[in-house]
Design a protein around this ligand. Structure first.
Ligand SMILES: Nc1ncnc2c1ncn2[C@@H]1O[C@H](COP(=O)(O)OP(=O)(O)OP(=O)(O)O)[C@@H](O)[C@H]1O
Ligand SMILES: Cc1ncc(COP(=O)(O)O)c(N)n1
Length: 269
């Protein structure tokens, strides 16, 4: 069985972070492991508290993982402090980790800031060069380039700039567009669109976490980056189209849509 690890924050409401990642990896047929960077107290309406792991403890989690069940792919999500980012980078280099997907998580759907400004600089310096693909959303793409991203041409230009600066592929996610949900992959000087029909579902908590974990799962299974993105896009569209509606705010998606006997189907009996 292929294996993957998520290095990210825990979401107590189970919609984003570690919990979304593990559900996604499992639904995509990959054995999931986790190194938790922070505990968050959050639900569909917001984040009320964050408790970071210490760099020492995070290092020990990564040692435990990499010295035993070596992961075929790595997904990195919320890491809010520079010291934690440095620990991750050092461990990934030490263990020669492969298929690293970096989701530069900055702000939650609910509006909470999940990384300090100073840590964004460390993320760029330490982790971006190790990534095989970065998956910023449009606001994150704007922060990373300092340019406004309003049109499809802007998305292409911004993704090109990031890809050239950090020498890795960039998937600029289009979930924040008004009419479409088209994602742009820029790799090796060329680009390709992954078009998605915008699904009229207000429950988008954890879409970014889910997409990056689905990409990591497919890379772990040996698919090319393009194939991995295509499959991940199908997965996120299916999870959104299942129209789960939980909680008072922007709710989580249904990861059970692809699994026989999953909880939503059972619940209807
Ligand atoms: N309403 C929607 N219909 C279809 N696809 C969507 C919708 N919203 C987001 N997506 C898709 O979900 C994926 C994540 O994109 P998005 O831009 O929302 O990332 P994000 O902002 O990082 O997510 P998060 O909500 O976790 O912060 C992309 O593939 C995007 O196209
Ligand atoms: C632990 C954790 N990681 C990531 C996100 C971003 O996801 P979203 O933007 O969908 O809230 C989150 N809310 N919590």
């Amino acid at each position: 069985m292929r294996t993957a690890v998520t290095i990210a924050g825990s979401d107590s409401s189970g919609g984003a972070g570690i919990q979304a990642d593990i559900k996604t990896m499992m639904a995509n047929g990959v054995y999931a492991m986790s190194a938790i960077t922070a505990l968050t107290a959050q639900n569909t309406t917001g984040v009320t508290s964050i408790l970071n792991a210490t760099p020492e403890f995070l290092g020990q989690e990564l040692d435990a993982i990499f010295t035993d069940i070596y992961p075929d792919a790595v997904k990195i999500g919320m890491v809010s402090e520079s010291s934690l980012i440095r620990t991750i980078a050092a461990k990934l280099r030490q263990y020669e980790a492969k298929n690293i997907v970096v989701d530069p998580v900055m702000v939650a759907t609910s509006g909470a800031r999940l990384i300090s400004e100073e840590a964004v600089e460390t993320l760029k310096k330490e982790l971006f060069p190790l990534a095989c693909v970065l998956t910023p959303n449009i606001p994150e793409t704007e922060v990373l380039t300092g340019m406004e991203v309003k049109t499809t041409e802007d998305m292409i230009e911004a993704a090109k700039r990031i890809s050239e600066e950090y020498h890795c592929a960039v998937l600029c996610k289009g979930g924040h567009q008004l009419n479409d949900a088209n994602d742009l992959l820029y790799a090796d000087g060329t680009y390709r669109w992954f078009n998605g029909k915008r699904i009229s579902n207000p429950n988008t908590h954890g879409t970014g976490c889910t997409l990056s974990s689905a990409i990591a799962s497919n890379l772990a299974k040996g698919f090319s980056l393009e194939e991995s993105v295509e499959r991940a896009k199908d997965y996120i569209s299916g999870a959104l189209a299942a129209m789960l509606d939980l909680g008072k705010g922007s709710g989580p998606m249904d990861h059970g849509f692809a699994i026989d006997n999953a909880y939503t189907k059972e619940a209807e009996v």
